[in-house]
Design a binder for this molecule. Structure first.
Ligand SMILES: Cc1ncc(COP(=O)(O)O)c(C=O)c1O
Length: 389
């Protein structure tokens, strides 16, 4: 018997990190690698946010804060909810965390007993099934397909509901697919949640980065919802570690107890800077969004041109999830070959679930110049391997 806990053994490794490690090795040996594998914005954090953090540090905002977070930040979250979605959120239901990732622990930790099920898309962000497994819950995958824009088919979601179902996980715009759920999708999912007495858990971290239509929050459609959000993507703040959970009132105290015991609080001056982000950096978000959009408009046709299939245009986040079966069915092997032979790093689709096998995820959180270079290398590789578009 292994000395290592089942809980730790149940966490699947993130293969893209092996791609990153191998890319770094190749770089150390002098190779130039085009990085299209990582979901980390290439922008620096907007000036106004950086200045706010500096001022907060100068002012001595360096001690613990309330576990629930600074009142000003929780108020700013409610202001954004009102302005962006026209919904009223009680600031007492906002729990500030050190990123969206710990907010997942608060959410699933306060919701799940062993054996409880959470429905989620396949492919999806791999932390969802890992958190659910870690807490003794059961992730239940519902396939989403390229031809549907990677949106749930509502009848399939409904068929997956059992007496043990606690929640349906949604993530729009989505990592890895860039898919977006529209008003009708969210309305149907909200109706399902209400009809079955279960919850929607919505990861809205890519909301600032939707290119067509306005992002819709689940809170516009139901109160039976948890919202996860964070500053990493839209505000280019991945390394700052700040996010929040909006929880139904009865879950706030349980989430607060987890936060108090496991994390104490999010960083004080980072919370001050996050408040400024929500109140004063909307123009910066719009500027970055339009640059990402320009890259998306280049990359989608360019990937089709080199022989990959992008059945529906991604509408948000900064990823293209391309069907690469024309080049190989094993996404890990293919990502390995593209790295070694073409010097292009991409994330293997199977990292995001069995439904992602045969796909590669290309991130366009990198400059247009590097995107051009990456595409030209892919084109060269495809023609050398007899599989050009
Ligand atoms: C869908 C999704 N949710 C959450 C996260 C993690 O965000 P944070 O940096 O706020 O922990 C990521 C990061 O890639 C993501 O893609």
């Amino acid at each position: 018997m292994s000395a290592i806990s089942q809980r730790a053994l149940s966490i699947r490794p993130f293969i893209v990190m092996d791609v990153v490690a191998r890319a770094r090795e190749l770089e150390a040996s002098g190779r130039d690698i085009v990085h299209l594998e990582i979901g980390d914005p290439d922008f620096s954090t907007p000036e106004v946010i950086v200045r706010a953090a500096e001022a907060a540090m100068d002012a001595g905002d360096t001690g613990y804060t309330q576990s629930l977070g600074l009142p000003g930040l929780r108020e700013a979250v409610t202001l954004r909810a009102r302005e962006d979605y026209g919904v009223s959120v009680d600031p007492n239901t906002v729990v500030v965390t050190q990123g969206t990732s710990p907010a997942m622990l608060l959410l699933f930790g306060s919701l799940l007993d062993p054996g409880d099920e959470v429905i989620m898309p396949d492919p999806c962000y791999p932390a969802y099934p890992n958190y659910v497994n870690f807490l003794g819950g059961v992730p239940v995958s519902v396939r989403v397909r390229a031809e549907d824009g990677f949106r749930f088919r509502i009848d399939e979601v409904e068929r997956a509901i059992t007496p043990r179902t606690k929640a349906i996980m949604v993530n729009s715009p989505s990592n890895p697919t860039g898919g977006v759920l529209g008003e009708a999708d969210l309305r149907h999912l909200a109706a399902l949640a209400e009809r079955h007495g279960i919850w929607l858990a919505s990861d809205e971290i890519y909301h600032g980065l939707q290119f067509e239509g306005r992002p819709r929050s689940v809170l516009e459609f139901t109160d039976r919802a948890f919202v996860l959000n964070g500053f990493s993507k839209a505000y280019a703040m991945t390394g700052w570690r700040l996010g929040y959970l909006i929880a139904p009132p009865e879950f706030v105290r349980p989430a607060e107890k987890i936060q108090q015991n496991f994390f104490l609080c999010a960083s004080n001056f980072v919370q001050v800077a996050g408040t400024t982000a929500l109140l004063e950096a909307q123009d910066d978000v719009a500027r970055m969004r339009s640059v990402y959009d320009e890259r998306r408009r280049y990359l989608v046709p360019a990937l089709r041109e080199v022989g990959l299939t992008v059945a529906t245009k991604p509408l948000g986040a900064f990823y293209v999830f391309a069907d690469a079966t024309a080049w190989g069915r094993d996404s890990v092997a293919l990502a390995g070959r593209l790295l070694e032979e073409a010097g292009v790093a991409a994330a293997p689709g199977v990292d995001f679930g069995p439904g992602g096998e045969g796909f590669l995820r290309f991130s366009y959180a990198t400059s247009m110049e590097r995107l051009h270079e990456g595409v030209s290398r892919l084109a060269g590789w495809a023609s050398a391997n007899g599989s050009g578009g």
